[in-house]
Design a protein around this ligand. Structure first.
Ligand code: ARG
Length: 474
């Protein structure tokens, strides 16, 4: 083998079989480099592993492999410092890197694509990107969960009404309320970890669709790129995007969860609720109304959840009719994927900041939680303890509530005598039938809102977050 060959004669790396130039409109239409340059790092990492393997197996001279690797490292630096001359005429990031490599090291660059197609190349880039994206999402989720747990700890004794149908239902601790989101976001993190556990096999060597006639060492490239092994089926490898889909699904679910948390911050920061006040750093003003302090940050998180949902549906739709194996439609995977992941990353970051810095209106919460009607269920359960069937107890307390509403008497100011007129089973012995403190303390079942129970939950959460931090090495 010698190095005196000149390389491709036409402008395109695939130009050999073409006589005429590509229509400029088609060039623009099919170019992807303006977005897939986000894969540059991964593309070059994959190429370096591939070149080393080619050298190692003797498929190309070791010396050429070295020159290629050094050239690729130089190209990587150019991209990093923003000096890479991206050219839409070269379609995508893969061709841009290879063409630049050719400019830097000459015809030796032509050996890099030995035994490789852009189809297994892009699948490799995506797998590496997705692994990082899963990790980054777990980092962002860990941070937000840590913030929520810290604020929960601070507000163990802050009480507020829990709601169903956005109607006051039963009193809960704010710690319990925020720990609910820690659970939700923990499942989100688990979804990313789970998706990453299916990104363990290396696409390189699958070629265009049917592997290669050349004796590549797929195990070596897999090892170098920190995969467990090479993929088992070349056709699956180049034609599947379900890895991207499941990461995007995890992102969409997570954004929907963040949207619900955001929605509460929006409602809670209204004058009607007054449960929280967002810090100035996480609020914006009105250009017209000088008194306004708007919760734009949570509103935008709520709004951006639409993107994550749309992006997922977009790629699902792109994929649904495609025959095996690679089809160019699949180039449409990248913009929605990148958008979902950056939207999620930013949303997690601003939500962490907003929650870490918001002021809690403990008095407003306590005042709302002091509504004695919130203890109506407890009153029914007093009767149940006396052996009254729950349905009858519910009925009796329902009549008591109606009486209170009609007469304007507070539920907790009814005498025992008055209560017994609705149901004689109300016990004589008990000092006070309705008491907020006792109501809390009685909710000590696992998962409940009693102080000691929430404290235990908080400890478990802390241990879980520490374990996740250790795994993520933060
Ligand atoms: N830019 C292409 C994509 O993202 C790379 C693969 C192109 N392969 C091909 N045979 N045209 O899908």
């Amino acid at each position: 083998m010698s190095n005196d060959r000149t390389g491709p004669q036409s402008g395109k790396l695939w130009g050999g079989r073409f006589k005429d130039k590509t229509d400029p409109g088609v060039e623009r239409f099919s170019a992807s480099v303006h977005f897939d340059k986000a894969l540059a790092r991964y593309d070059i990492r994959g190429s370096i592993a591939h070149a080393r393997m080619l050298g190692h197996t003797g498929l190309i001279p070791e010396a050429d492999a070295k020159i290629i690797v050094q050239g690729l490292e130089r190209v990587a630096t150019e991209i990093e410092i923003g000096e890479f001359p991206f050219d839409a005429g070269l379609e995508d990031i893969h061709m841009n890197v290879e063409a630049r490599l050719h400019e830097q090291i000459g015809p030796v660059a032509g050996r890099l694509h030995t035994g490789r197609s852009r189809n297994d190349q892009v699948a490799t880039d995506l797998a590496l990107y997705l692994r990082d994206a899963c990790l980054a999402s777990r980092h962002g989720l860990l941070q937000l969960r840590q913030v929520l747990a810290a604020r929960a700890e601070e507000h163990l004794d802050t009480v507020l009404p829990g709601y169903t149908h956005l109607q006051r239902a039963q009193p809960v601790r704010l710690a319990h309320h925020w720990l609910a989101f820690v659970e939700v976001l923990g499942r989100d993190a688990a979804r990313f970890a789970d998706a990453a556990s299916r990104l363990t096999h290396c696409p390189l060597g699958a070629g265009a669709l049917a592997g290669s006639t050349l004796p590549l060492d797929r195990a070596q490239t897999a090892r170098e790129l920190e995969f467990v092994a090479a993929t088992r089926n070349s056709m699956d490898t180049v034609s599947s995007r379900d890895h991207a889909l499941e990461v995007m699904a995890a992102a969409a679910i997570c954004m929907v969860n963040l949207s619900r948390l955001a929605e509460e911050l929006v409602i809670w920061s209204s004058a009607e609720f007054g449960f929280v006040e967002l810090a100035d750093a996480y609020s914006t003003g009105s250009s017209l109304m000088p008194q306004k302090k708007n919760p734009d940050v949570p509103e935008l998180v709520r709004g951006k959840s639409g993107r994550a949902i749309g992006n997922l549906v977009s790629l699902l739709t792109t994929m649904k009719g495609l025959p095996l194996t690679y089809n160019r439609d699949m180039q449409e995977d990248k913009e929605p994927l990148f958008d979902s992941m950056s939207t999620l990353r930013d949303s997690l970051e601003v939500m962490s900041g907003a929650i870490a810095t918001l002021r809690v209106g403990t008095e407003r919460m306590a005042a709302a939680a002091a509504d004695p009607m919130l203890l109506a269920t407890d009153l029914a359960e007093v009767l149940v303890r006396q052996g009254v069937p729950f349905r009858e107890a519910h009925e009796a307390v329902g009549r008591i509530v109606a009486h209170c509403v009609e007469t304007g008497v507070a539920l907790d100011s009814l005498s025992k005598k008055a209560l017994q007129q609705f149901d004689p089973a109300f016990p004589e012995a008990a000092k006070k039938l309705l008491d907020l403190e006792r109501s809390f303390e009685q909710r000590s079942l696992v998962g409940g809102t009693a102080r000691a129970t929430v404290q235990l939950a908080l400890e478990a959460v802390r241990a879980e977050l520490d374990a996740e931090a250790a795994k993520l090495e933060v």
